[in-house]
Design a protein around this ligand. Structure first.
Ligand SMILES: [Zn+2]
Ligand SMILES: [Zn+2]
Length: 269
């Protein structure tokens, strides 16, 4: 069986002591590809997702981006650095970027500016966006529509947590939807309905590790191997074999993020 984890954060301290064992368990569970989401952390620091992925590019791919939580805090030279990273052949996508009006760790204005900037960057380098959205549906739909990203380099609403009606709005924009362990939580029937009806060629699956571990690991550190529980739940709801969901999600992820080898290498810094 082939599975994929289209969105994981593995370069943080949560995995410092056992990262290679985590990757081994992922392979043993059938995970054929992991997209490592590389994010700005502090001045001059975009983490090490790109370096981690470069060690095993047949298994690991990396993105680079600024999370909406941090949009307000990123100095100008780091936005410059992001533009260089976006052009780096080792980077397969931009993000996660987006809007999070729940926590407001950055102002709405700063989040919109950061999102706009990364949508423009994605279009200019021809790489897809990984989009984080929370309580910002109207603004996000408008910005994604205006950017044309869904019809251009493409994109995915990561950790999609809306209902079938919201799903339809993003699908109409040409975007993919990625489902996380939240679909295994018993009480979220609206989201489960969305996971049941999304077209198989637009469906991705992810862990968002170390967060959001699926049942039966809910509340613990998440890791890519656990994507099997999420794939299993989606397969059960759709009444198809897990192998079918896994293969589709892997195919969709590879099509969306396929490295753009024509991208210009980053200038020497
Ligand atoms: Zn996110
Ligand atoms: Zn994430």
């Amino acid at each position: 069986m082939a599975l994929v984890d289209s969105h994981a954060h593995l370069d943080g301290p949560e995995f410092e002591s056992d990262r290679s064992a985590v990757l081994e368990r992922a392979r043993a569970a059938g995970v054929a590809r992991i997209v490592l989401i590389g994010l700005w952390r502090k001045a001059g620091d975009f983490g090490s997702a790109v370096e981690l992925a470069a060690v095993d590019p047949g298994f690991l791919w990396a993105t680079a981006g600024v999370h909406p939580h941090e949009a307000e805090h990123v100095p100008g030279e780091d936005w410059q650095r992001l533009e260089e990273l976006a052009r780096d052949a080792r980077v397969v996508g931009i993000g996660e970027t987006g809007l999070d009006y729940h926590y407001l760790h950055s102002t709405r204005e700063a989040q919109r500016a950061g999102f706009e900037r990364q949508l423009t960057l994605a279009a200019s380098v021809g790489k897809p966006v990984s989009v984080h959205l929370r309580e910002a549906e109207e603004d996000s739909v408008a910005m994604l529509r205006d950017s044309g990203v869904g019809r251009g380099p493409g994109g995915v609403i990561h950790c999609f947590s809306g209902d079938a009606r919201a799903a339809e709005r993003y699908l109409e924009l040409g975007l993919h939807l990625s489902f996380s362990g939240i679909v295994t939580f018993k009480n979220d029937t609206a989201l489960q309905e969305a996971a049941r009806v999304v077209p198989l060629d637009r469906l991705l699956i992810e862990t968002d590790a170390p967060f959001l571990a699926p049942v039966p690991h809910r509340g613990k550190r998440n890791e890519p191997a656990y994507v099997a529980f999420t794939a299993g739940k989606i397969a059960e709801m759709r009444g198809v074999p897990i192998a079918e969901v896994g293969a589709a999600a892997l195919r969709n992820t590879e099509r969306l993020f396929a490295p753009k080898l024509a991208a210009k290498p980053a200038p020497k810094s």
